[in-house]
Design a protein around this ligand. Structure first.
Ligand code: HEC
Length: 165
C-alpha cells in the first residue's frame, strides 16, 4: 500500500522567487486511479480498440491493465487496487468560458487568489509601508509644487503684458 495518498503524479517546478518562473494556469485533476498492488506503481491501461481488453467498451480493469503494461514492457503483478491522485495539467483544453476569465482584482487584492504566494510583489496585494508613504509624499509634493508655481505666476503676472489675439 502506498505510504500516503493522494499521490502527486506530477509537480510543477519553479518558484515565485525565481525570475525565470512564470504564472501559468493549470487544471488540478483530483481522481482515483488503479495501481499495481504488488509493485506499488501506477499502471497503464489499454483504453481504446476493438479487442476485448480495451477498457472503453468492456470495462474490465484487470484485462485493460494487463494489456497496457504489456504493451509498455512494464512489470505487472496481476493484482490492482485504487489510489487517490492529484495531477496538474497545463490548460490547453477545458478552458473556462470568457465570462469566467479572471479580472485584475482576482489577484490584485488583499485577499486575492495569489495572496498566499510569498516572495513576489503584487500591486494591490503586497504593500511596503514606506514605499506607500514615499509614493503618497511624491504625489502631494508634486501637487503642492504645481499649486505654488501657479499661484506665483498668477500673482506676478504683469498687467502690461499684451494679450494674444
Ligand atoms: C493571475 C493573477 C493576476 C491577474 C488576473 C492580473 N495580475 Fe497583474 N500581476 C500579477 C502578479 C503575480 C504580478 C507581479 C509580477 C512580478 O512581479 O513578476 C503582477 C503585476 C502587475 C503590475 C506591475 C507590473 C510591474 O512591472 O511591476 C501591474 C501594473 C499589473 N499587474 C496590472 C494588472 C492589470 C491591469 C490586470 C487586469 C487587466 C492584472 N494585472 C491582472 C498577477 C495578476
Amino acid at each position: 500500500m502506498p505510504s500516503k495518498a493522494p499521490i502527486n503524479v506530477n509537480m510543477m517546478s519553479g518558484d515565485a522567487t525565481d525570475p525565470a518562473s512564470r504564472i501559468w494556469p493549470f487544471k488540478k485533476m483530483h481522481t482515483v486511479q488503479p495501481y499495481d498492488k504488488g509493485n506499488n506503481t501506477l499502471v497503464y491501461m489499454h483504453l481504446w480498440g476493438v479487442d476485448d481488453a480495451a477498457f472503453w467498451g468492456n470495462y474490465d480493469y484487470s484485462k485493460a491493465i494487463e494489456k497496457g503494461m504489456n504493451k509498455n514492457n512494464l512489470p505487472y503483478s496481476g493484482e490492482f487496487g485504487f489510489i487517490e491522485t492529484h495531477s496538474y495539467w497545463p490548460i490547453t483544453h477545458m478552458v473556462a468560458p470568457k465570462e469566467n476569465a479572471l479580472h485584475c482584482a482576482d489577484c490584485h487584492a488583499k485577499t486575492g487568489r495569489l495572496s498566499s504566494l510569498n516572495g513576489v510583489y503584487i500591486p494591490g496585494n503586497t504593500s511596503h509601508k514606506w514605499l506607500d508613504v514615499l509614493g503618497l509624499f511624491l504625489v502631494f509634493a508634486t501637487l503642492l509644487g504645481v499649486l505654488v508655481h501657479g499661484i506665483i505666476r498668477k500673482l506676478s503676472a504683469s498687467p502690461s503684458v499684451p494679450k494674444g489675439d
